[in-house]
Design a protein around this ligand. Structure first.
Ligand code: NAD
Length: 330
């Protein structure tokens, strides 16, 4: 069985990927400092190293002990808003931390990697479907910290022989369909869990930031990707990067190609939960693009991926099931 090192594996998306890796016959090895993750989000039978990606000695030990065939690199700070206030933290963890990991990979002769990038690299555009050939123009330090890592990976591929894929996720949402793990960010900043917390009475109201965008109902449109589909994309991308030792670097969007507005998400949450709640309209937030929707064709061409849950209703149903079952967990 091949070991796969997964940095940030105790986080929201990482914990789903661990399940998918095990289901597909891989042995995940989780490397996470638990700054935002949860030890109990991953099975106790998964090797777990609590350490920081800036820690060279800890990285060396994990490569020497587990000899991973590849790395899935997810460890990062994820709040775009916070990156506008403290950009240094984002460049340190997301950019310098990634460089540190890539150097540890080089020292230990591991050159296959799947990297968690983000649709935030695209910034504000007016195209309907975003594709990977477009110029990146991130609007915030979070997006730029990830775009820099893509640039580094391109160089590590052409000069040091890495075989790498950067997956640009759109809006990850939902929970494991069997309820084994789900979203437990603290603080929570993502729309669907915030709306569900409001439906459950844990919040007084949900805010819509901007209802005057140039979209059919005036609210922002996003591409919500089920976290189970996202996890599946990693297993397929892993197959692609480990299929050859030839140097390569590719970028692939992971989204559904379907846009859904903030108002539509709120209405769907009302339907799924059968609960009503207060919705308050507020001003636009700086840097929020009106529309971010993927053209997901390349992920299909490159490694045969397509989403199983393209409609947001299932995403919300699974998120709601997890939320209700875990309402007391932090
Ligand atoms: N959630 C989304 O919608 C979304 C969208 C696009 C991209 N991404 C990317 O996906 C990845 C995972 O996101 P998530 O939503 O699961 O976030 P998360 O915060 O739940 O997971 C990130 C994990 O990384 C760990 N971590 C952070 N800094 C670390 C460090 N210095 N050393 C070791 N571990 C560290 C945290 O403890 C956490 O477990 C991130 O790289 C994020 O940028 C997420």
């Amino acid at each position: 069985m091949q070991n796969i090192l997964i940095t940030g594996g105790a986080g929201y998306i990482g914990s789903h990927i661990c399940i998918k890796l095990q289901e597909n016959g891989f042995q995940p090895v989780v490397f996470d400092n638990l700054s935002n993750g949860h030890r109990d989000a991953i099975s106790p039978n998964i090797p777990f190293v609590q350490a920081d990606i800036s820690d060279d000695a800890a990285l060396n030990r994990v490569f020497e002990e587990f000899k991973p065939a590849a790395v899935i690199h997810m460890a990062a700070l994820i709040e775009a808003g916070a990156s506008m206030v403290e950009p240094a933290r984002f460049y340190k963890v997301n950019t310098a931390g990634s460089l540190n990991l890539f150097e540890a990979m080089r020292r230990n002769d591991c050159r296959h990697i799947v990297f968690s990038s983000t649709a935030a690299v695209y910034g504000n555009t007016d195209v309907d479907l975003l594709d990977e050939t477009m110029q990146v123009q991130a609007e915030n330090p979070y997006g730029r910290s990830k775009a820099m890592v893509e640039t580094m990976l391109a160089d590590y591929a052409s000069i040091y022989g890495f075989h790498a894929v950067a997956l640009r996720y759109f809006n990850a949402a939902g929970a494991d369909p069997m309820g084994r793990t789900g979203e437990r960010h603290d603080p929570e900043t993502h729309l669907i869990p915030l709306v569900l917390q409001t439906a459950a009475g844990q919040r007084d109201h949900i805010k819509i930031f901007g209802a005057d965008y140039d979209t059919p109902d005036g609210t922002c449109i996003r591409d919500y990707i089920h976290v189970d589909d996202l996890a599946d994309a990693h297993v397929k991308a892993l197959g692609y990067v480990t299929s050859s030792d030839e140097p390569a670097f590719e970028i692939a969007n992971i989204g559904t190609g379907q846009g859904c507005s903030v108002k539509e998400i709120i209405e769907l949450c009302k339907e799924v939960t059968a609960l009503d709640f207060n919705v308050v309209q507020d001003a636009r937030r700086p840097g929020d693009p009106a529309r971010l929707v993927a053209n997901p064709a390349k992920a299909n061409e490159l490694f045969g991926w397509q989403p199983k849950y393209p409609s947001p209703r299932k995403i919300i149903e699974h998120a709601w099931n997890f939320y209700q079952a875990n309402i007391q967990r932090s």
